[in-house]
Ligand binder design. Structure first.
Ligand SMILES: [Zn+2]
Length: 249
C-alpha cells in the first residue's frame, strides 16, 4: 500500500479524481487501484473516451454510489476545476445522463462528488420526461456514448407538492399535469396532502418509477440500447436531510 501511495504521488499522470472513477472498475474486475492511470493512459483530468468505454453501466452506477458515500462523510476529493475544464475542452465523454429536479439543494455533481465532463444533467422541475428531454437523453447515450440514464427525484420536492395541491401558474400548470398521474398512482392509506411529507415522498418515488417507465415507452432509441445491454436505465431518490442517494437498481 505504501508503495502504491508513493508511486501515486510521484507519477504526474495520476490524479485523485480519476482514481475514484477507476477504483470502482478496478474493484469489480479484481485489479489493483492506483497504477491503472500511469504510463500509457491519456491525461487524467477528465474522463477520456477510452476510460469511459471500459466501464460497464453497473460500474458507473457504483462510482456514483461511492461518490455519494464520500459526500456524506465529508470526504469529497480535492478537485481542480481549471484542470478539468482545460482537459475536457476539446471533447466530452460523460459516463451517464441524469434527469434530475431543478431544486437548488439537489445538485447531482456535488452530492455524488463528480466533476466537469463526468455526466450530462437534464434538470427540470419534478424530473419529468418530455420530447425535448428524451431528445437530450438520446443524444447523450446514442451519439455521445453515455451508458447510464439515471432519473433522480428527491424528498420534499416542491413540484410534487404543487401537483398534489393542483397548483396553477402559467406554464407550470402544464408541467405539473405530467406529475399528476404519479399522484393518482401512489398507493397510500394516510393523509393524501402536500402537508404530509411521507405522502409527498411516496409520490416523488412513484414519479421516478413512472418516468423511468415512460422513458422506455416513449424512446425506442433508449429502449433499444437498454435491450442490447449498452445502457442501463434506472431511478434514484435523494434525501435532502440525510444527503443519501438511494439507487433503485
Ligand atoms: Zn424538486
Amino acid at each position: 500500500m505504501r508503495e502504491k501511495i508513493r508511486h501515486s504521488q510521484a507519477c504526474n499522470c495520476f490524479d485523485r479524481r480519476s482514481f475514484f472513477w477507476m477504483a470502482a472498475s478496478a474493484a469489480m474486475v479484481g485489479m489493483g487501484g492506483g497504477g491503472l492511470l500511469c504510463p500509457g493512459e491519456a491525461r487524467a483530468d477528465a474522463l477520456t473516451r477510452e476510460q469511459r468505454d471500459k466501464f460497464t453501466p453497473e460500474q458507473i452506477i457504483q462510482t456514483m454510489k461511492n461518490g455519494n458515500e464520500r459526500f456524506r462523510k465529508g470526504e469529497r476529493q480535492d478537485r481542480n476545476y481549471l484542470r478539468e475544464q482545460r482537459a475536457s475542452a476539446a471533447g466530452q465523454y460523460p459516463a451517464a445522463a441524469l434527469l434530475t429536479c431543478i431544486d437548488s439543494r439537489a445538485p447531482a455533481e456535488v452530492i455524488m462528488d463528480l466533476g466537469i465532463g463526468d455526466i450530462f444533467n437534464s434538470r427540470v422541475a419534478g424530473n419529468i420526461e418530455n420530447p425535448d428531454i428524451l431528445g437530450s437523453l438520446e443524444f447523450a447515450c446514442k451519439l455521445a456514448g453515455a451508458k447510464v440514464v439515471l432519473v433522480m427525484g428527491h424528498t420534499a420536492c416542491g413540484a410534487i407538492k404543487g401537483a398534489i395541491d393542483n397548483a396553477e401558474l402559467g406554464n407550470l400548470t402544464g408541467l405539473l399535469a405530467k406529475i399528476k398521474p404519479a399522484v393518482e398512482a401512489t398507493a397510500y392509506s394516510g393523509e393524501r396532502s402536500a402537508k404530509n411529507y411521507a405522502f409527498v415522498d411516496a409520490v416523488a418515488r412513484k414519479n421516478v418509477e413512472m418516468t423511468v417507465a415512460n422513458i422506455r415507452k416513449d424512446s425506442p432509441v433508449l429502449a433499444d440500447l437498454e435491450s442490447k445491454g449498452t445502457i442501463k436505465i434506472t431511478g434514484a431518490m435523494y434525501n435532502l436531510e440525510t444527503g443519501a442517494v438511494e439507487f433503485f437498481g
